[in-house]
Design a binder for this molecule. Structure first.
Ligand code: OAD
Ligand code: ZN
Length: 241
């Protein structure tokens, strides 16, 4: 483990460009529940049941209750050492893009600047009818209405069955196709297209590194895998870089 750590440190120190992909595991130590680990449920429901447009248009109050619960929960959470380590890494390497599947905003709160939110943000709202979009950090009513047209607002997140915004996906693909190192942290790597970004990076010649509590679907093809808590491994990994 120590030799592997030294090798990865050397790779990160020498890299001109790094892409990082994060998932819910990075925020777990901040108290944000993950989706697929024990305790990742809300009212006995799976995220896949609620985080989809069919659920929203059938029962908008229920889906908004779920999102308002998540907004209230995340508001009370602080970034953890994993978020801070990635913010520090960005300052150390010449080029770094942090691609996150997380919608909690904790990377930005920790000081990361170059962040691509693949699945949107809990703090962004969109109108279901007109083009209105807003950032909103306030407590919301059970069914928030669009200030422009009065119709229902929805969370500005990507739901199951929805495409990622085209510009966001192409930026992610372009970036991972060019980097020297790709670091994947705290994701089960089951949700596409995020899970395939590491494959794209590897095919294009990047060294791929996974940091996760346990092995994932992608561990087998990674060049390096470190198993443990992101909040413990990442600070160690970037120390002295
Ligand atoms: P998951 O809940 O699927 O996976 C979280 C991963 O983090 C698991 O592999 C855990 O083993 C690992 N993990 C947990 N605690 C950790 C820790 N302290 N340190 C390191 N790893 C830890 O979450 P995601 O992979 O992020 O999408 O899920 C992907 C997408 O599915 C989400 O963005 C969301 C979800 O449904 C949408 O809502 C569109
Ligand atoms: Zn509107």
């Amino acid at each position: 483990m120590i030799a592997k750590m030294q090798t990865i440190k050397a790779l990160l120190s020498g890299a001109r460009s790094v892409a990082v992909l994060t998932g819910a595991g990075v925020s777990a130590e901040s108290g944000v529940p993950t989706f697929r680990d024990d305790g990742g449920l809300w009212k006995e429901r799976r995220a896949e049941e609620l985080a989809r447009s069919e659920a929203f248009f059938r029962a908008p109050e229920l889906v908004w209750e779920f999102y308002n619960w998540r907004r209230a929960l995340v508001e009370k959470c602080d970034p953890n050492p994993a978020h801070y380590a990635l913010a520090a890494l960005e300052k150390q390497v010449p080029e770094m893009l942090l691609i996150t599947q997380n919608v909690d905003g904790l990377h930005q709160k920790a000081g990361s600047e170059n962040v691509l939110e693949l699945h949107g943000s809990l703090w962004r709202l969109r109108c279901t009818v007109c083009v209105h979009e807003e950032e909103n950090l306030e407590e919301l009513p059970p069914l928030p209405a669009c200030p422009k047209c009065g119709h229902l607002l929805r969370p500005g997140v990507v739901w199951f069955g929805e495409q990622l915004p085209a510009g966001i996906l192409s930026t992610a693909l372009d970036t991972v196709g060019k980097v020297d190192v790709m670091l994947v942290v705290g994701t089960s790597s089951v949700v596409q297209p995020a899970a395939s970004l590491a494959h794209v990076a590897k095919r294009a010649g990047a060294v791929t590194i996974e940091v996760n509590l346990e092995p994932t679907h992608n561990t087998g093809f990674m060049d390096f895998a470190l198993h443990g808590k992101a909040g413990e491994i990442l600070p160690e990994l970037i120390e002295g870089i």
